[in-house]
Write a protein that binds this ligand. Structure first.
Ligand code: NAD
Length: 287
C-alpha cells in the first residue's frame, strides 16, 4: 500500500497527512472547507520546518514531503487510495454520510479507517458494504509526535484488515495497539474518568486546579496534569466522550461531573476559548 486519502484536514487530519507523506505515501487530503486545506498545508510546512531545525529530517525533505500531499474538496480523490483515513468532525451523521460515499468511491480492495475518538466502529462499518474492511485508526494529538495508534476492530473487521493496518502503523514509525470496539475504546475509557474525578475534586473544594495537577505530575509522573490536559482537549469534547461512556456502558461511574457540564454551558471550553480550569489570556494558567 502506498496511496492514502485523508478525509478532514483539521487538527488531526493535517498531522495524519504529514506522517503518511513523510513515510513516502502519496496523500490525497480532502476537506469540505477549502480554507481548512490552506491552513493544513501551512501547518504541515511549519511542523516540517521545525523537524529540520531539530535535525530529525534533512533540509531538502519538506519540499519533497509536501509535494506528495495533494489537496482537494471532493471525496472523489479517495478513488485511487489503498487506505482511507477519515478524520472529519466528530459527528455521527457526518461520518455515516462520508462512509456511505467512500464505499461507492473507493476501490473494492481499499481499507476504510476512521480516527473517531468515541463513535462506534461497528456502526460506521454497517453503513458500508465492506464492514470487514472498516477499522478504527485512532491517532493521538499531535500526530507527528505521539507514538500510539489505537487500532480498533469493529464487530466485523477481518484479521487481514487488522494485520494490514497494524503493519501500516509500524511503517509510519508508530506503535499500534489492537483493541476491540467498546465505548471509549481503551484510551478514553481510562483517561476520561480520571479527568472527571479531578473535576469532582475541584467542585468539592478538595484542592485547587494547580494543586490537583501538581499531585498528578509530581506524584504519578504524568507529563501534564488532568485539568491542564482537559483544557487542551477541550471541555466540550471531554463531556461528549463521558456521555458516550455513560450511555454506552450504562454505568453511573461515568456520570459527567456537574461542574464540567456547567463550564461547557458557560462556554468555558479550555484553551480554544481562552478559559477553562486555567486562563490562557496571558499565555500562562492562572486558575
Ligand atoms: P477539527 O474540527 O479540527 O477538523 C475536522 C475537519 O473536518 C474540519 O476541517 C472540517 O471542515 C472537516 N469536515 C467536516 N465535515 C466534512 C466532510 N463531510 N468532508 C470532509 N471534511 C469535513 O477536528 P479534529 O480535532 O481534527 O478531529 C477529527 C477527528 O479526530 C474526530 O473524529 C475526533 O474525535 C478525532 N480525534 C481528535 C483528537 C484531538 O485531540 N483533536 C484526538 C484523537 C482523535
Amino acid at each position: 500500500m502506498t496511496r492514502a486519502a485523508v478525509i478532514g484536514a483539521g487538527t488531526m487530519g493535517n498531522g495524519i497527512a504529514h506522517v503518511f507523506a513523510q513515510h513516502g505515501w502519496e496523500v490525497a487530503l480532502v476537506d469540505s472547507a477549502a480554507g481548512a486545506l490552506d491552513k493544513a498545508t501551512a501547518t504541515i510546512r511549519g511542523n516540517l520546518d521545525r523537524q529540520v531545525k531539530k535535525g530529525t529530517i534533512p533540509a531538502e525533505a519538506p519540499g519533497e514531503i509536501l509535494a506528495r500531499v495533494k489537496t482537494g474538496t471532493s471525496l472523489d480523490a479517495a478513488a485511487g487510495a489503498d487506505l482511507v483515513v477519515e478524520a472529519a468532525s466528530e459527528n455521527p451523521s457526518v461520518k455515516f454520510a462520508i462512509f456511505e460515499q467512500l464505499d461507492r468511491i473507493a476501490s473494492p480492495g481499499a481499507i476504510l479507517a476512521t480516527n473517531t475518538s468515541s463513535i462506534s466502529i461497528t456502526e460506521i462499518a454497517a453503513r458500508t458494504r465492506r464492514p470487514e474492511q472498516v477499522i478504527g485508526m485512532h491517532f493521538m494529538n499531535p500526530v507527528p509526535v505521539m507514538q500510539l495508534v489505537e487500532v480498533i476492530r469493529g464487530h466485523a473487521t477481518s484479521d487481514a484488515t487488522t494485520a494490514s493496518v497494524m503493519e501500516t502503523a509500524r511503517t509510519l514509525g508508530k506503535v499500534p495497539v489492537e483493541v476491540h470496539d467498546y465505548p471509549g475504546f481503551v484510551a478514553n475509557r481510562i483517561l476520561m474518568p480520571m479527568i472527571n474525578e479531578a473535576i469532582f475534586c475541584v467542585m468539592e473544594g478538595v484542592a485547587t486546579p494547580e494543586s490537583i495537577d501538581t499531585v498528578m505530575k509530581l506524584g504519578m509522573a504524568h507529563p501534564m496534569g488532568p485539568l491542564a490536559l482537559a483544557d487542551f482537549i477541550g471541555l466540550d469534547v471531554c463531556l461528549a466522550i463521558l456521555d458516550v461512556l455513560h450511555r454506552g456502558l450504562g454505568d453511573d461511574k461515568y456520570r459527567a461531573c456537574p461542574l464540567l457540564r456547567r463550564m461547557v454551558a458557560a462556554g468555558q471550553l479550555g484553551r480554544k476559548t481562552g478559559r477553562g480550569f486555567y486562563s490562557y489570556d496571558s499565555g500562562k494558567g492562572t486558575g
